[in-house]
Design a protein around this ligand. Structure first.
Ligand SMILES: [Zn+2]
Length: 490
């Protein structure tokens, strides 16, 4: 397939790079914005940010004019193995998701299927400008699955945090397996900034608190715990209370969703310094509870953003930012209207969601000294949003608003991870996408034959509840015949 700019040469790995003349969103603490500035990257780090920089000989020049230069985005909760089933559950609720993965078919996934999902998901993230992704890997029935998952991540030049989980066994069981300990010591090096480690499990609220054993393993390994909390019908205040009362609520703990919780639980999370990974599109569609940013701010709980799973959604944090602004503002208006009031100024601003998608994610992962902002000395995870053939890239008046509401993944022109170009001129570098697709294809073929055609199709198309037509005191008129009128709503 030809490409309009096939002659453009991407910078080589290790070559200094300068992005010239873009609008730079540094995402530093002062949220400094530098119009018309250059960003110089040398030996994997941000070397300087200023207009018209002098650069070392041999530096690759990228014209960022008309574009936005910002830190790589960070997704703090993503079930990458589920990318093999991309889009399959578009019409699911959380109940259907649980039935399909937890009860019926999650066990069917082999190590190679986890590899296939992770590999495509990892490239998917980089292509969208997401340079750090937490792989919330809860399909690890064996450590062979876990090795396959990490093999895939290491085959892709992104920054990852591997969150080990297994929905087919209790966390107190799998965390006690000798092969789990062996896997951790084989595959992870403490302090590795390219591949971090967490433990991923949920706390059901059983008063016996069997999850204690897993928390103790995590503490011993120095691994932060990430947990689906405040999920309607699954996890609730009891889990938060158990985590907190037993001394396992730490500033490293990430509470995913945290949508259906009491004030008391939010206060416990806030007091212990934990953060919430908000997956707005997921919460809106699957039903964990209302996306909670509108109430998290009242507790000063730090927020990061996530996309959850490609069985519904993609790796696109533009979509997360947009959905989060929408949900937060919708809630604020709704609450006000219920009281007969009008919101004249919104609390949530575009710059805040950009911050959550970058620096907020870095803080949640303890990587804020490394990435999350563009500042000299930090590792160069950099995204250039620029698309000279798009009507939507002009005028560039409000850069935060542009990122949150105007830009999309197709506008991601260049991506650097650790100073290394992984996407340039809108194309991934060094990817064998055909091979990644072949892996996925064989996984899909295998699962489809394991399930059988009937179950496969039924799983994708859950029953639609009947729509109750309301009595209308006005007359339906001639534009609609009585037959279509009665069948409306199926
Ligand atoms: Zn999740």
């Amino acid at each position: 397939m030809s490409h309009p700019d096939a002659d453009v040469v991407a910078p080589a790995a290790g070559q200094p790079v300068v992005l010239r003349g873009g609008t730079v969103l540094t995402m530093d603490d002062a949220r400094t914005v530098l119009p018309g500035a250059d960003v110089l990257v040398v030996e994997g780090r941000i070397a300087a940010i200023a207009p018209q920089l002098e650069v070392p000989e041999g530096t690759a020049e990228i014209d960022a004019s008309g574009g936005i230069v910002m830190p790589g985005m960070i997704d703090t909760h993503r079930h990458m193995w589920q990318t093999a089933m991309r889009g399959y559950g578009a019409d699911w609720t959380l109940t259907q998701y649980f039935v399909w993965y937890y009860l019926e078919h999650g066990r069917a996934f082999r190590p190679e299927d986890v590899h296939a999902g992770n590999l495509l998901s990892a490239w998917d993230a980089l292509e969208a400008g997401v340079t750090t992704t937490v792989d919330w890997s809860h399909g690890l029935q064996t450590t062979k699955h876990a090795d396959a998952a990490v093999d895939a991540l290491q085959a892709v030049p992104g920054r990852f945090v591997f969150a080990y989980g297994n929905i087919q066994a209790g966390p107190w069981e799998w965390s006690a397996w000798p092969e789990f300990r062996d896997f951790v010591s084989r595959r992870f090096t403490p302090g590795d900034e390219m591949l971090g480690f967490q433990m991923a499990f949920d706390v059901t609220g059983d008063p016996a608190f069997p999850e204690r054993a897993a928390f103790e393993v995590a503490r011993e390994l120095g691994a932060p715990v990430t947990t689906h909390a405040g999920v309607w019908g699954a996890t609730n205040d009891d889990g938060i209370r158990l985590i907190y009362d037993n001394g396992f609520a730490t500033p490293q703990t990430i509470y995913v969703h945290a949508a259906t919780l009491s004030e008391d639980s939010y206060q416990r999370i806030a007091a212990s310094g934990g953060s919430v990974s908000v997956s707005t599109e997921s919460e809106e569609s699957a039903g964990q509870g209302y996306p909670p940013t509108w109430t998290l701010r009242n507790h000063d709980i730090p927020v990061s953003l996530s996309m959850d799973t490609s069985v519904w959604w993609s790796a696109d944090l533009f979509s997360a930012m947009r959905a989060t602004l929408g949900a937060d503002r919708a809630r604020e208006h709704l609450e006000a209207h219920a009281k007969g009031e009008t919101v004249t100024n919104c609390h949530l601003r575009a710059d805040q969601v950009v911050e959550w998608a970058t620096a907020g994610g870095a803080r949640a992962l303890g990587l804020d000294g490394v990435v999350g902002s563009l500042e000299p000395g930090k590792k160069a995870d950099v995204v250039l949003i620029k698309n000279d053939s798009s009507p939507a890239m002009f005028p560039l008046i409000n850069p935060y608003g542009h990122v949150a509401f105007q830009a999309q993944r197709g506008d991601v022109h260049t991506v650097l991870v650790n100073g290394r170009p992984v996407k340039h001129d809108h194309r991934l570098i060094g990817v064998d996408l055909a091979a990644a697709w072949r892996e996925i294809e064989s996984t899909v073929d295998y699962l489809r034959s394991e399930l059988g055609d009937e179950a496969w199709v039924a799983g994708m198309h859950p029953d639609v509840p009947e729509t109750e037509m309301l009595d209308n005191p006005y007359q339906y008129t001639d534009y609609r015949s009585s037959s279509t009128h009665t069948s409306r709503g199926r």
